[in-house]
Design a protein around this ligand. Structure first.
Ligand SMILES: C[S@@+](CC[C@H](N)C(=O)[O-])C[C@H]1O[C@@H](n2cnc3c(N)ncnc32)[C@H](O)[C@@H]1O
Length: 244
């Protein structure tokens, strides 16, 4: 797997950040508020999803979504959780924060999970997979994935190839946490995001760094953008081969 290690393994991560109580002050509420700005969309891919996509799904209005992660254990937690369709405490608070008051709001979002795909999102290119067709998503997100890149070049090339998944005019949003111990991780800066966005043909509508109460991750970069209506250049033909 390319990139730095995630802070905790699948179960520990799930318990630490996505358990019964919503932990205010860690930027989760800020990320949800940014995601609420995205209009209803048909197709969404969450890259480096871990087991946590259902939390972000609450702020979104997506008909179907594909979760992509390198760790099969995290994907299995997500798949089973979505199949049960019952919110935990953290989700109940997020439903309230986002004004999702319909009794079936959470269940509907769980049902929109259409595939889980095991893939290395930080490699040179995404693997050929029938669920990851270039140009087929109206929204891509990543929360904590690109922050695992080893340096600026890795971040920029990964940011660019992940955006080949988007339709022209498609939406992109994400957040990356600044680790107190940043060894082996890219340094997250405004210029880094702006360079990567330019290379990917993304118009950044919002980019901000906010502080977090998590002592291990004292700041978070959040962004929201849209790809240009006409792509800067199409993906090379050998990138994401279509599977018949
Ligand atoms: C910091 S966690 C974030 C998880 C989740 N997106 C969230 O909102 O909390 C990073 C996630 O990226 C995944 N990951 C790490 N390296 C990856 C890679 N090269 N390709 C795909 N997923 C990767 C990890 O398995 C983990 O689920």
């Amino acid at each position: 797997m390319n990139g730095a290690q995630t802070v905790a393994n699948a179960d520990a991560y799930w318990r630490r950040y996505y358990a019964e109580r919503f932990r205010f002050g860690l930027a989760t509420e800020d990320i949800l508020a940014v995601l609420m700005q995205i209009p209803p969309i048909d197709s969404w891919a969450d890259l480096g999803s871990g087991s946590e996509s259902m939390l972000w799904a609450i702020a979104l209005r997506a008909c179907r979504f594909v979760a992509v992660d390198a760790d099969p254990q995290r994907l299995e937690i997500l798949r089973q959780f979505a199949a049960r369709g019952r919110p935990r405490g953290v989700h109940a608070t997020a439903l309230r924060l986002c004004g999702r008051t319909d009794s079936n709001a959470f269940e509907m979002r769980c049902r929109s999970l259409s595939a889980v795909v095991r893939a290395d999102c930080l490699a040179q290119s995404l693997p050929a997979d029938p669920h990851l067709i270039p140009g087929s998503f109206e929204l891509i997100t990543q929360f904590g994935l690109l922050g695992l890149c080893r340096d600026a070049e890795h971040f920029t090339t990964s940011f660019t190839h992940l955006h080949f998944l988007l339709t022209p005019g498609g939406w992109t949003a994400g957040a990356n946490w600044v680790a107190r111990d940043s060894r082996g991780r890219v340094e997250l800066t405004e210029q880094l995001y702006r360079n990567a966005a330019t290379r990917a043909g993304v118009n950044l509508l919002l980019l901000k760094k906010i502080t977090s109460a998590d002592p291990d991750f004292p700041a978070v970069w959040i962004y929201l953008g849209q790809t240009r209506r006409t792509p800067l250049c199409p993906p090379p033909p050998n990138l994401h081969r279509r599977v018949s």
